[in-house]
Design a protein around this ligand. Structure first.
Ligand code: SF4
Ligand code: SF4
Length: 370
């Protein structure tokens, strides 16, 4: 495992474990399969990963509890926990933080973040009083480093940087968003401000690990021993100001693939960069909705629809024909796209700003036509 110096003599593994896509039971995101998930954490520890990223809302509130339990047998100075304050879930930041320490069964949190700031609630976050409070906790040693994760515009990033001396910032960073989104600008703002970057969604929620045949062929012309995910990870690691790259690993195979990448970390050649750019362009022309499967929209759907799952089917249908939606026929009626009531609640929470009800309606029509 490669490590990179952070501050105060701390060395963080370049690969971090995102504790939000653990093995679950009965397709219920809030029911973590403890044995399966614990095996993943134990393997991570064995392989030298020392950065574990959880949040108040992951796995329906059970990720923190699980993580605290899974790490309890390890000395506290062998790992670093990142956790997040979620304004929407509970604006009472004092109560939420206290609850998080209880769930984790820990005395302090190493890296604490304001969770997923989007343009539509920047002001609410900045004015709610949480920043001075968390700063106080930092002085008391209950938080070691304070940062935020961000899904908004470059203008709002600059605004947030002005209000506090942040220790780190987490952004969505991958080659796809670099070429076609704001990622490059966000990264450059943080680099100029000398703030280390933690990376989320390095493979864009799986999109860059599951490229179209044509895009995948472009990468295959490079070194065959690297998986598509590995290409994306190596691309991110090539950026100097990247501290930790998070991956929500759900099983051994993903962990092993990542470990291969992060043990060697061969730099990409200029030719590789050209290949990646070309693959990204092909992928972009093929994918209708570049959903990252972050699931921020899900808890807010009154019908309990599995939105990322349905959008994946939508992408497949747009690419390969409406018949590909046939797999959705086996869903209960109240979980199909037709159950969407067009309330728009999901859209307010989608960091990518997708018009989800429009896609649900389109799928409904496609399914009716058969
Ligand atoms: S618009 Fe549809 S998918 Fe979105 S939250 Fe409302 S019911 Fe759910
Ligand atoms: S639709 Fe948006 S919020 Fe929902 S999983 Fe996809 S990217 Fe995340």
């Amino acid at each position: 495992m490669q490590y990179k110096a952070y501050k105060d003599g701390i060395r963080l593994s370049r690969l971090g474990m995102g504790v939000m896509r653990l093995p679950i039971e009965n397709q219920d995101d809030s029911r973590i399969n403890y044995e399966g998930a614990k095996a993943v954490i134990d393997d991570c520890m064995k392989k030298g990963i020392n950065y574990y990223d959880t949040a108040y809302i992951y796995h329906g509130g059970n990720s923190e509890k699980f993580l605290g339990q899974a790490l309890a047998e390890y000395p506290r100075d062998r790992f670093y926990v990142a956790d997040k304050f979620n304004l929407q879930a509970d604006p009472d930041f004092r109560a939420q933080f206290a609850e998080q320490l209880r769930r984790l069964k820990m005395e302090y949190i190493d890296f604490y973040l304001l969770h997923g700031i989007q343009d539509n609630f920047v002001e609410d976050m900045l004015e709610c009083g949480c920043i001075p409070y968390f700063d106080k906790l930092k002085k008391q040693g209950k938080i070691r480093y304070l940062g935020f994760s961000f899904h908004g515009s470059p203008a709002n990033l600059k605004k947030i940087l002005k209000v506090y001396s942040w220790d780190f910032v987490q952004i969505q960073l991958n080659y796809y968003d670099w070429y076609f989104g704001d990622a490059k600008e966000l990264y450059e703002i943080l680099t100029e401000a000398k703030i280390p970057v933690m990376v989320m969604e390095p493979v864009h929620g799986g999109l860059l690990a599951d490229l179209t045949e044509e895009a995948g062929r472009v990468l295959q012309q490079g070194d065959l021993k690297y998986s598509q995910a590995s290409w994306a990870m190596r691309w991110v690691m090539g950026l100097d100001n990247v501290q930790v790259v998070l991956s929500g690993m759900a099983n051994k195979a993903q962990l092993e693939d990542n470990i291969n990448t992060f043990e060697e970390a061969l730099a990409l050649t200029e030719e590789d960069h050209e290949r990646i750019k070309k693959a990204a362009q092909i992928q972009r022309s093929a994918v209708a909705v570049a959903c990252t499967a972050c699931r921020y929209c899900c808890p807010n759907c009154p019908k309990g629809l599995d939105i990322p799952f349905l959008l994946k089917a939508y992408n497949e249908a747009k690419l390969g024909g409406a018949w590909r939606l046939a797999g959705l026929d086996s869903l209960p009626e109240d979980k199909k796209p037709s159950a969407c009531v067009n309330c728009g609640s999901c859209m307010k929470h989608c960091p990518q700003g997708f018009d989800i009800p429009k896609y649900m309606e389109e799928m409904k029509v496609m399914m009716e036509k058969g």
